[in-house]
Write a protein that binds this ligand. Structure first.
Ligand code: S3P
Length: 430
């Protein structure tokens, strides 16, 4: 279906919506389901291109996976049930697939070759290949930067303590998954706590895991993982676009039902509160070991700037494009710092966000580790270069609602990566 943007500068968005299943949890449910014994039944799976790439990789390793809308059945065969892949494994645009899968492949008694699309082939992989090599895996690279594609020669690994110099759930998860195949416990210590979906789901499947400190986790090797029923709640990274839309469009009142509010992901809620936004959590509950709530947002005419830095950054890293749009609509200065990781996402998101908002007339400048926005000025329509980055397309899809004129996205179809029905929901609400 063709994706269009509505030019609606007066839109008041009112309604009750749900957003697709959490992307991080969807990947992990396929991965753990594939290496657990028995059937894993997944409800609310994100049918986005990234998660479909994960399914494809495990099917190539002999795992039977049945997909029926957002319900998925994974017929796992235990930790040692994967087969030598039938062809090259293609993670496409998905860093989570590539990095987590590298950890699993490192522990397999066969060789496998992993690749990705042109964007993923430029993204840093040393952050996983270096520590996985220390555990005993062998990698064969085409370039000295250790980018994809590469071949992994796996085998029995050595358990290690890894002290990472970053906060990355992809790195932590890759090493914990490799640790399942090691000869003794594996520990990961990171600088500040990254999202903990892997830890929660590994526990849910029966792994022996010890979280000694928010930033330190150890896993014992060779657990007997058992297939589970995983109910996946909505992705807060997808909800973020509608949180921002509800706050900045006059007269809006939106209830976003069934959103994952795991504290390691929910920094956006704290930022909205700090900016004077009207946001409330309703019907809080725990589902499949994850915290879930309905999020209620209303138009907030007195939004103010804030400073976003330090330990909160990993809890909202994927929402920064949406938060930047919010900051452009808030009075005063917003500083986003300690976010150099933005440079190595699907695009360099410091550049794509700053260039896009600058083209729309915002007062914004990039810094080495983030950006500074002086908000509250009228935004104007502009042509936005998304660099095929789904989060850039959606953030500017929301900026379009409050600008004079129209935003034109050079590629709107990239939203399929994480939120295939984004424009349908947006158009319905308008
Ligand atoms: C993810 C972790 C984050 C996030 C990415 C998904 C995950 O990346 O930006 O979209 O599912 O583990 P990093 O681990 O690189 O911070």
């Amino acid at each position: 279906m063709k994706k269009t943007l509505i030019n609606n500068t007066q839109s008041n968005l009112r309604g009750d919506i749900t957003v697709p299943g959490d992307k991080s949890i969807s990947h992990r449910a396929i991965m753990l389901g594939s290496i657990a014994y028995g059937v894993t039944e997944i409800d609310g799976f994100l049918m986005g291109a990234d998660c479909l790439a994960t399914i494809d990789c495990f099917r190539k390793m002999g795992i039977q996976i049945e997909v029926n809308n957002d319900k998925v059945l994974v017929y796992g065969d235990g930790l040692h049930g994967l087969k030598e892949p039938d062809g090259i494994l293609d993670a496409k645009n998905s860093g989570t697939t590539a990095r987590l899968l590298s950890g699993i492949l490192a522990g397999q008694p066969f060789e496998s070759t992993l690749t990705g699309d042109s964007s993923l082939k430029k993204r840093p992989m040393k952050r996983v290949t270096v520590p996985l090599s220390k555990m005993g895996a062998e990698f064969l690279f085409l370039d000295e930067n250790e980018h994809l594609p590469y071949t992994i020669k796996g085998g029995k690994l050595m358990g290690k303590t890894h002290i990472t110099n970053m906060s990355s759930a992809q790195v932590k998860s890759s090493l914990l998954l490799a640790g399942l195949y090691a000869d003794c416990p594996t520990t990961v210590i990171e600088t500040s706590q990254s999202r903990n979906h892997s830890e929660l789901m590994l526990e849910y499947f029966g792994a022996d895991l010890k979280v000694t400190d928010k930033c330190e986790v150890s896993i014992k090797p060779e657990p007997r993982l058992i297939g589970q029923h995983v109910i996946i709640s909505g992705d807060i990274s997808s909800a973020a676009y509608f949180i921002v839309a509800g706050l900045i469009c006059e007269g809006s009142d939106i209830l976003i039902r069934n959103v994952n509010i795991n504290p390691t992901r929910a920094g956006t809620i704290k930022v909205v509160e700090a900016m004077n936004g009207s946001i409330a959590l309703e019907n809080m509950r725990t589902v499949s070991n994850e915290e879930v709530a309905d999020i209620h947002v209303c138009y907030s005419p007195n939004l103010t700037g804030t400073t976003i830095s330090g330990d909160i950054i990993p809890t909202l890293i994927d929402e920064i494009p949406a938060i930047a749009v919010l900051a452009a609509c808030a009075k005063g200065k917003t500083i986003i710092a300690d976010a150099t990781e933005l440079k190595v996402k699907e695009s360099n998101r410091i550049d794509t966000v700053v260039n896009g908002l600058d083209a729309m007339g915002a007062t914004i400048k990039s810094t080495d580790d983030g950006m500074v926005i002086n908000g509250g000025e009228q935004l104007f329509g502009a042509k936005i270069t998304t660099q095929k980055d789904h989060r850039i397309a959606m953030a500017f899809g929301i900026a379009n609602l409050v600008c004079k004129g129209s935003v034109i996205l050079d590629d709107a179809n990239c939203v399929d990566i994480s939120f295939p029905n984004f424009f349908e929901i947006l158009n319905d609400l308008c």
